[in-house]
Design a binder for this molecule. Structure first.
Ligand code: C2E
Ligand code: CA
Ligand code: CA
Length: 438
């Protein structure tokens, strides 16, 4: 009796994917299901770039090993319930039922990023890449037609230089959302993962100053550097929000920010540290535990920590958010309403949130002192804040004239480039020491 396993007639032994014939049968079934349930079947046709070169350099056994690795990478990115086909020597198809094309574009982008990771074959580092065509089923489609559209889009992707995906039907539309934007976002997302794992994150601190020169607080602002390149917060924060990574970044901020408050206290400064918190953190029932954990780890009194609540929070204040905010407040942690006066933050939010601070958005301050109507609005906001027992802060104060106008309007403290730019923790301490001396 032989020990060699029987070859599986429907599975390609190198990739572990369905072979072409079995794949076509599966595609027919999935299409029938999609048609009967008004769903959509999406096909990603993936073709390796320059695969002949790989085969020529490493022979067929080397080529097969590359295929095995690439198949594994595709499998890691594809949704669990998708069907994976090997339809040619270096060609694969991912079939997935989807709600929307956008989600499939994200998956295509992820596959490209995963495939382009370097690969060691016979001691040589190679840089694979692929081209992907994306097509979705139409009513009463047949599998041949669907796959042909995906194949054609893939050829377009190759003609545009490879290492990209093209959505069938959009080949002629330049700059369409898909390819470029989704890939840029995915590149930022993967940079953020890298930054989290390899120490590429840092908090910079910007002081908030009272008219008498006392420091009201310092705001912790996240910085991200990957491969010596800085990614600006207005680029990475929205991507982190969209991908959900903001929860991990936010927990990291809490830990670092509370640690900084403890260090300042140890150096003789009882200065509050304000930490930005995203809506995604606050809608979680785990938030209080994360906050509590950070306070205990750093061994810092809650009164030295303030949470800045971004405007996205005010879109819906759920019972969990309410509980989290009231419990944080009960611990002694301060709550600041950030970017007040713009977007979704509104007067109604003042009633629902036990806030201790109101931060008037930079958009108003930058029109001061010239714009009299804006000055009237800033005055009214400051009065409202104060009557509700809050400390009022003007954000983005860049000139002496703005500083004077804010103080006249009733702001209790000002934050902006005029006083100081955000700086690393060590520089903040030097800055604070120097101020104390003078
Ligand atoms: P923000 O909370 O409104 O932070 C203030 C922003 O204004 C900072 O931008 C700061 O550098 C900038 N700024 C301060 N003074 C001036 C000024 O005088 N003029 C001008 N033009 N700008 C000034 P930054 O550091 O780029 O951060 C942007 C946003 O990213 C923050 O806006 C905040 O919403 C978000 N962010 C930063 N760090 C975190 C974080 O750890 N977690 C979360 N969830 N969001 C964060
Ligand atoms: Ca803030
Ligand atoms: Ca702000």
């Amino acid at each position: 009796m032989s020990n060699t396993p029987e070859p599986n007639p429907i599975v390609d032994p190198i990739s572990g994917f369905l072979n072409r014939n079995a794949g076509m049968v599966a595609a027919s079934q999935l299409l029938a299901e999609a048609n009967s349930s008004n769903g959509v079947l999406i096909a990603l046709w993936i073709d390796m770039d320059r695969f002949r070169q790989i085969n020529d350099s490493f022979g067929h056994s080397g080529g097969d090993r590359v295929i095995g690795h690439i198949a594994e990478r595709i499998r890691n990115c594809a949704p669990e319930d998708s069907n994976l086909l090997r339809v040619g020597s270096d060609e694969f198809v991912v079939l997935m039922c989807a709600q929307e094309v956008l989600g499939a574009e994200q998956i295509a982008g992820r596959i490209l990023l995963e495939i382009e990771q370097p690969l060691m074959i016979d001691g040589i580092l190679i840089h694979p890449s692929a081209s992907i065509g994306l097509a979705w089923s139409r009513v009463n489609d047949d599998p041949g037609a669907l796959l042909e559209r995906a194949d054609r889009a893939m050829i377009d992707a190759k003609q545009q230089g490879g290492n990209r995906f093209v959505v069938s039907g959009s080949e002629a539309v330049p700059g369409r959302l898909g390819a470029k934007l989704a890939r840029e976002e995915l590149a930022i997302e993967s940079a953020l993962h890298l930054a989290l794992e390899s120490g590429g994150l840092e908090l910079h601190y910007q002081p908030i100053i009272r008219p008498d020169g006392r420091i009201e607080a310092v705001e912790a602002l996240m910085r991200c550097t990957v491969d010596n390149a800085k990614i600006p917060p207005d680029k990475f924060i929205p991507v982190a929000e969209k991908s959900g990574l903001i929860v991990r970044l936010g927990e990291w901020s809490l830990l670092q920010g509370t640690r900084c408050a403890a260090r300042l206290r140890d150096q003789g400064y009882a200065t509050k540290v304000a930490i930005n918190v995203s809506r995604l953190q606050l809608i979680s029932t785990d938030f209080l535990q994360a906050l509590h954990g950070a306070l205990i780890c750093a061994n810092v009194p809650p009164e030295l920590i303030e949470l800045e609540l971004t405007e996205s929070l005010f879109m819906d204040i759920s019972p969990t958010v309410q509980t989290n905010l009231h419990s944080a407040r009960a611990l002694g942690v301060g709550l600041a309403i950030d970017d007040f006066g713009t977007g979704f933050s509104s007067l109604a939010s003042l009633k629902d949130i036990p806030a201790t601070k109101l931060k008037i958005d930079r958009a108003f301050i930058k029109l001061l002192p010239g714009d009299r109507r804006t000055l009237a609005i800033v005055k009214a906001m400051a009065q409202l804040g104060r009557e509700l027992g809050m400390i009022v802060v003007a954000e983005g104060v860049e000139t002496l004239e703005q500083l004077v106008a804010c103080e006249v309007a009733g702001a209790d403290a000002c934050q902006g480039f005029l006083h100081a730019r955000p700086m690393p923790e060590d520089d903040l301490l030097i800055w604070m020491h120097a101020r104390k001396q003078s």
